[in-house]
Design a protein around this ligand. Structure first.
Ligand code: KG4
Ligand code: ZN
Length: 350
């Protein structure tokens, strides 16, 4: 079976082709709208949906071309239908429904979070890993979500905890903005922290409930903000950094913030494993899983605690069609299908 996976839930227009017989991704094409949104410091929904509308036909065509398959060879069209920006989701879902209907293909709506989880099943060259162990503790961490799941199979997962306020990627982006760094700030914070060897200068609060699965990042964000305000490096009334924000202070804040995120994540993993000792592997996915410092910290933790690590390879961490096609492979195998009434919003496994 050949599956076309389409993703358009936020600011990436993406499509990929998956071969079920070869159990691998044949293509993975992503058009990122980053440049369109950079000047606004975040994603503008209206601009996002217009850009999806413009790009989706060519992105899908390129995915077929790179995979060297014809449209008639595709058996199923899988598309993200929840959660995400409504206008953006609508473009992908409407496009997928149309081409599936016209081409008489199977249609499947896929949950975006399930897609991220599935990205952890892949190797760097897009093969399905053969050594996956279940149950696993899955951390799905991006700009839109920070959730911990207990996964008992590639399609069965229970939410253990989700952030009650900011997502971790969002906190990276907001802290970066306080430092005058453009959206998306995550990769910049990582680079800045590396320049100071990821040292902890400011010992930001790790949260009151360290021995719990509670996830909350707005307190940390506020601590970073008021740390800067106290040093007169940020002007609250103008909502921007002042001239006293030196390069050295920027690097120290970035580094301390990133160490704090690492500590919180490792605390949560340790606590979750006390609660679920049957867990055999830790699964780390989502845009923030691109972060080499966090990847290494989690990998070291797994090594020390004799747990397998499933980690999304960097090209599959941020939003992409490969993760949607991979999730669809398992869902279709289990008999899931969507009807022509597929809409944005909750659906099978959503
Ligand atoms: O998965 P994704 O593309 O979109 C959502 O579904 O949200 O994730 C984007 C998020 C952004 O917040 C971005 O700053 C963060 O992932 N991110 C990173 C890194 N690369 C991307 N955060 C920390 N370190 C990185 N290297
Ligand atoms: Zn995402």
């Amino acid at each position: 079976m050949l599956i076309l996976g389409i993703e358009s839930s936020c600011d990436e227009t993406a499509a990929a082709v998956w071969s079920s017989s070869e159990k691998r991704i044949l293509s993975n094409v992503i058009f990122s709208q980053l440049e369109l949104h950079a000047a606004f410091g975040g994603v503008l929904p209206e601009i996002a949906s217009r850009s999806h509308l413009e790009k989706i036909p060519s992105v899908v065509q390129e995915a077929l071309d790179v995979a060297q398959v014809n449209w008639k060879d595709i058996d199923a069209v899988a598309v993200t239908n929840h959660p995400g920006l409504p206008g953006s989701l609508l473009v992908g879902v409407t496009f997928a429904k149309n081409i599936a209907w016209v081409g008489n293909k199977i249609l499947l709506g896929v949950n975006h979070n399930h897609g991220h989880l599935a990205s952890g099943f892949l190797t760097l060259d897009g093969q399905l890993r053969q050594d996956l162990e279940f149950p696993c503790l899955a951390l799905s961490i991006s700009g839109g979500h920070t959730s911990i799941f207990l996964m008992t199979s590639p399609i069965e997962f229970t939410l253990l905890s989700a952030t009650i306020d900011d997502a971790i990627g969002e906190a990276f982006d907001k802290v970066a903005k306080m430092l005058g760094v453009e959206y998306p700030g995550g990769p910049q914070i990582e680079k800045m922290a590396a320049l100071l060897d990821n040292q902890d200068f400011f010992k930001y609060p790790r949260g009151k409930e360290r021995a719990s699965l509670q996830l909350s990042f707005s307190g940390l964000k506020t601590a970073v903000l008021y740390g800067l305000v106290n040093q007169k490096a940020y002007d609250l009334s103008l909502g921007r950094p002042t001239d006293l924000l030196t390069q050295e202070l920027k690097l120290k804040v970035a580094s301390s913030f990133q160490v704090c995120i690492r500590d919180i994540l490792l605390d949560k993993i340790a606590f979750a494993l006390q609660q679920h000792p049957q867990v055999k592997a830790v699964h780390f996915v989502g845009g923030v899983a691109c972060n080499k410092y966090l990847r290494q910290a989690i990998a070291q933790w797994c090594l020390a605690h004799d747990k397998q690590l499933h980690i999304s390879p960097p090209p599959f961490c941020t939003d992409n069609g490969a993760m949607i096609a991979t999730a669809a492979h398992f869902l279709l195998q289990a008999g899931h299908r969507s009807g022509w009434d597929l809409d944005i919003g909750r659906n099978i496994k959503n």
